[in-house]
Design a binder for this molecule. Structure first.
Ligand SMILES: [Zn+2]
Length: 132
């Protein structure tokens, strides 16, 4: 009635080790990843999602067609900005670079919205000071 009592603690030990390792990994990602970690860019045109990608994707330019206009977004791990657009107002370009969750670039003539979503609450705990 006592089947291998000495084996019982083993799974718990493993669970504890796994939990500690997971925590350590999370901490490491937060420290190394900086502000942009976990951010997702969501692009909509005329209310429909046309693109979605993590900000950690390889840096480069992405071109979108929306409302008859063409917008070029410069994507890098530390933010996104519209660098070229043939819309009449150019507000989307003047918005500049966005890099935080909840920020967005709107191009009204093109009915184009590029917004960032994700966990940037980490920023409020002092990462900004490191960047400066
Ligand atoms: Zn525009």
């Amino acid at each position: 009635m006592k089947p291998f009592p000495e084996l019982r603690p083993a799974p718990w030990d493993l669970a504890v080790v796994a939990a500690v390792l997971t925590l350590a990994l999370f901490c490491g990602v937060m420290v190394w990843g900086g502000a942009a970690t976990g951010l997702t860019a969501i692009v909509t045109a005329d209310g429909e999602e046309i693109d979605r990608f993590p900000l950690s994707a390889p840096a480069g330019e992405r071109t979108y067609s929306a409302g008859g206009y063409t917008l070029t977004a410069d994507v890098s791990p530390d933010g996104i900005q519209i660098t070229a657009s043939d819309c009449p107002t150019q507000d989307c370009i003047r918005t500049g670079r966005i890099s935080r969750s909840g920020q967005s670039i709107v191009c009204l003539p093109a009915r184009f919205i590029l917004r960032l979503e994700g966990k940037t609450e980490i920023n409020s705990s002092g990462v900004d000071a490191v960047i400066g």
